[in-house]
Ligand binder design. Structure first.
Ligand SMILES: Nc1ncnc2c1ncn2[C@@H]1O[C@H](COP(=O)(O)OP(=O)(O)OP(=O)(O)O)[C@@H](O)[C@H]1O
Length: 246
């Protein structure tokens, strides 16, 4: 078995402002006097696990358990406070789609901007422009500034860019709604095709049914800690029972 993602001793602490500051001026005065106090919030605590190549691995947990934070750390979008993540191969994060979009630029210009942010070369983006445009089905809108797009249209473009090059590792946050029903079906089919061709998938979802259908192994996160890692049916059952007791 070859490892695709290795998460070692990862912890994440967020700093929360614990003091009310009424103005920016007051903030800077207090900051210069070192009077700003922070509370620490531990979103993830000592997370250790690995995912094998070609595995579809699920992460479940209640709201605020730390699922999205963990995905963003694994995708390299944010850095953990402690620990390391080792990824073997190229990564396509289907989270915060179009995070690097600029509303003043057109769809086409944003394809280049986002593609470069994903680590692709200009040449590669040019060669894939037609494919991205056609998958997004945005037609003439691709020549219009993004500030005139609906959120579904932006998500369509983001998805089309992120998946144009088949990655070794796909990171999917279910919370993102990718366009309308027709586009959702099309994007789910694309993800299924990648799974069939051996892409490693990390999948966060609140739908236990979907998790059991797709994933063999699942991790249950509870208040930033690993509660259980194991076979999907078993972990989902324990999670469901615990939820009904609460
Ligand atoms: N930038 C931030 N600053 C401070 N706290 C944060 C930040 N981002 C997340 N948190 C906190 O970290 C915790 C974990 O958040 P996260 O979004 O990872 O949870 P989640 O399991 O994905 O939740 P959900 O199922 O609701 O999407 C939450 O309590 C949240 O309030």
């Amino acid at each position: 078995m070859t490892i695709s993602i290795d998460v070692k001793n990862v912890s994440m602490k967020y700093r929360l402002n614990s003091e009310k500051v009424d103005s920016l001026k007051q903030y800077f005065v207090k900051r210069s006097k070192k009077e700003i106090k922070y509370k620490e919030f531990i979103a993830l605590s000592d997370i250790n696990f690995s995912v094998q190549r070609g595995e579809v691995f699920g992460i479940i947990g209640m709201n605020g358990a730390g699922k999205s934070t963990l995905l963003k750390i694994i995708a390299g979008i944010i850095k953990p406070s402690e620990g390391n993540v080792y990824r073997y191969g190229s990564v396509a994060p289907l989270i915060e789609l179009g995070g690097g979009f600029n509303g003043e630029l057109t769809g086409i210009e944003n394809i280049y901007l986002n593609g470069l942010l994903l680590g692709h070369s200009r040449k590669l983006i040019s060669s894939k422009l037609e494919e991205i445009s056609s998958f997004s089905e945005l037609g003439e809108f691709l020549h219009v500034p993004l500030k005139n797009y609906s959120s579904g249209m932006k998500a369509r473009l983001g998805f089309s860019i992120a998946t144009v090059v088949e990655p070794d590792i796909l990171i999917v946050d279910e919370a993102l709604s990718v366009g309308d029903i027709q586009f959702k079906t099309k994007s789910e089919r694309k993800i299924m095709n990648m799974i069939d061709s051996g892409t490693t998938v990390l999948f966060v979802s609140h739908s236990l049914e979907q998790v059991q259908k797709l994933c063999k192994r699942v991790m249950w996160l509870d208040k930033g800690r690993i509660q259980e890692i194991g076979l999907s049916a078993e972990v989902c059952k324990n999670f469901k029972n615990a939820k009904s007791i609460k």
